[in-house]
Design a protein around this ligand. Structure first.
Ligand code: KIV
Length: 273
């Protein structure tokens, strides 16, 4: 299996490259090996990511925009998530398969545990939810139920309708303080890792240094313990705008159109005059 090599200067983690990555193994990668995380929404993409050795595969609620054509993640339902988690789980990836709890599915600790259990029954090995101290009881209840939990702080896409835009967090003192307290609280609650989305690079670096669990950045600079991207952004197949932090490595969208047009020309004949 072509596995990703260690990041320059990083010490290789002792986790066996061919062993299944559990939530505990992911947590143990802090300070040892940079975590490569990507999103998958179906069986073929989860299989492709598995071939590359991705250590964390997230069935993200970003699927709302990049697969289902919704305008933002607030329209994603539990049924949407369950359908896509089942598909990705059929790939049985070596990396930890995590799934997002969608908007309005974790308003109380009881609801959070009930829906986390449904995602696990569909094949997820960990669940992620957005928020820090605001959802601490939910995070604790999920961990107490024996389900690995991943936090998500900084820009919270499920709050886009109140926020109005995808804005960088941590620029003001109150935001900086809140981020530190959120990460600390999530680590204390037993989270296995925390996603930092659109956090200023300096604050993300500080959080990574202070927090006992791995930080996985998206648009939050190079100093996090790992990086995650929406895979379709990286490949150039996302239907909407591509965020500024994504350095596309190819343009499979354009390539797909070229291939399909090429085939179409071999089939189609102009109408007879
Ligand atoms: O939904 C998602 O894909 C995510 C990642 C961008 C972190 O939450």
């Amino acid at each position: 299996m072509p596995l990703i090599g260690p990041a320059a200067g990083a010490v290789v983690c002792r986790v066996n490259e061919f062993q299944k990555i559990t939530a505990d193994a992911l947590k143990a990668m802090k300070g040892r090996e940079r975590i490569v995380a990507l999103t998958a929404y179906d069986f073929p993409m989860a299989r492709l990511l598995d071939q590359t050795g991705a250590q964390l595969i997230l069935v993200g609620d970003s699927l709302g925009m990049v697969v289902l054509g919704y305008s933002d993640t607030t329209e994603v339902t539990m049924d949407d998530m369950l359908h896509h988690v089942r598909a990705a789980a059929r790939a049985k990836p070596r990396g930890l398969l995590a799934a997002d709890l969608p908007f309005n599915s974790y308003s109380t600790p009881i609801e959070a545990v009930e829906n986390a259990r449904r995602l696990v029954a569909a094949g997820a090995e960990a669940v992620k939810a957005e928020g820090g101290q605001a959802i601490l009881q939910q995070a604790r209840a999920i961990v107490d139920a024996g389900i690995p939990f991943i936090g998500h702080v900084g820009m919270l896409p499920q709050h886009i309708r109140e926020e109005g835009s995808y804005r960088i967090k941590g620029k003001t003192d109150p935001e900086h303080r809140a981020l530190i307290e959120d990460c600390q609280a999530l680590a204390d609650a037993g989270a296995s890792a925390v996603v930092l989305e659109l956090v200023t690079h300096s604050v993300a670096s500080e959080l990574t240094e202070q927090c006992a669990i791995p930080t996985i950045g998206i648009g939050s600079g190079p100093d996090c313990d790992g990086q995650i991207l929406v895979t379709t952004d990286l490949l150039g197949t996302s239907p909407g705008f591509i965020p500024r932090h994504v350095k596309m490595r190819g343009d499979l969208g354009t390539e797909a159109v070229r291939i399909i047009e090429n085939w179409s020309r071999s089939v189609w004949t102009p109408p007879a005059p």
